[in-house]
Design a protein around this ligand. Structure first.
Ligand code: ADP
Ligand code: NI
Length: 218
């Protein structure tokens, strides 16, 4: 099959699968990550088919929404790609990217690396930062019925992968437990540059938030 046809078919599949998804992990998130990934890939030497397929399929079954099962996503992606007669070599790359893209707490380090993972991970992380990142975060907190902020519950910067995933803390804590850490975790030059700007915007947001609340800050 023509690569472009496969990509468009994948996009249609993902859009349909995510029709009822939470607003921070829905088709629009995928579309933004796809676009960011293509932009970053243009500045790197990478297999663009793997980049686009992984960007499109990376949240096809996020473990957060599947009782913590991290294999549902890769398996769903594999099933679709096999149906489309995609080469096994490519399928394995895409599966590995889906397995390893996610932020699993500040202390977690993965041992799989590919330039395509680096690109799609940066694209996904950019969408977790800035104005869009803030909007997604409060949407997720609302979805989980969490407090917006609680000055008595300090952020925990040393969460293990399990504690990070099970955290029930107020949404503002997520800035310290993940969002503000992303700037220094970017893989590519383009990703780093875009992340700086989005990082500053989040810092300004927090400053204004504390000023309005009337606290010094945490
Ligand atoms: P990754 O994209 O690294 O897999 P997640 O899917 O956990 O990360 O997070 C994607 C986005 O979902 C976060 O950037 C944030 O906006 C929101 N989110 C995830 N966990 C939380 C949380 N505990 N509190 C608030 N927002 C969250
Ligand atoms: Ni994502």
């Amino acid at each position: 099959m023509e690569e472009q046809t496969l990509i468009l078919k994948t996009a249609a599949f993902v859009k349909n699968e995510l029709a009822l998804a939470e607003g921070g992990h829905d088709w629009w998130h995928i579309q933004r990550v796809w676009k960011n990934a293509k932009m970053i890939a243009a500045t790197e030497e990478a297999n663009i088919l793997i980049v686009e397929l992984s960007a499109l399929l990376h949240d096809i079954a996020d473990s957060k929404f599947h009782n913590g099962d991290e294999e549902v996503g890769p398996a769903k992606a594999r099933k679709f790609l096999v149906q489309e007669h995609v080469e096994e070599k490519i399928i394995q790359q895409v599966e590995n990217i889906i397995r390893n893209i996610s932020f699993k707490g500040g202390n977690f380090r993965s041992d799989f690396y590919s330039i395509e993972l680096a690109i799609v991970q940066d694209a996904d992380r950019l969408d977790a930062m800035g104005a869009i990142g803030i909007a997604r975060t409060f949407n997720y907190g609302g979805f989980k019925n969490r407090e917006i902020y609680n000055p008595e519950i300090q952020p925990n910067l040393n969460l293990s992968k399990e504690a990070y995933k099970n955290s029930d803390a107020p949404t503002l804590n997520h800035f310290y437990e993940k969002l503000l850490l992303l700037k220094d975790r970017m893989n590519t030059v383009t990703g780093k540059k875009l992340a700086e700007q989005r990082h500053r915007f989040m810092e300004d947001f927090l400053k204004q938030f504390y000023a309005e609340w009337g606290v010094e800050k945490f």
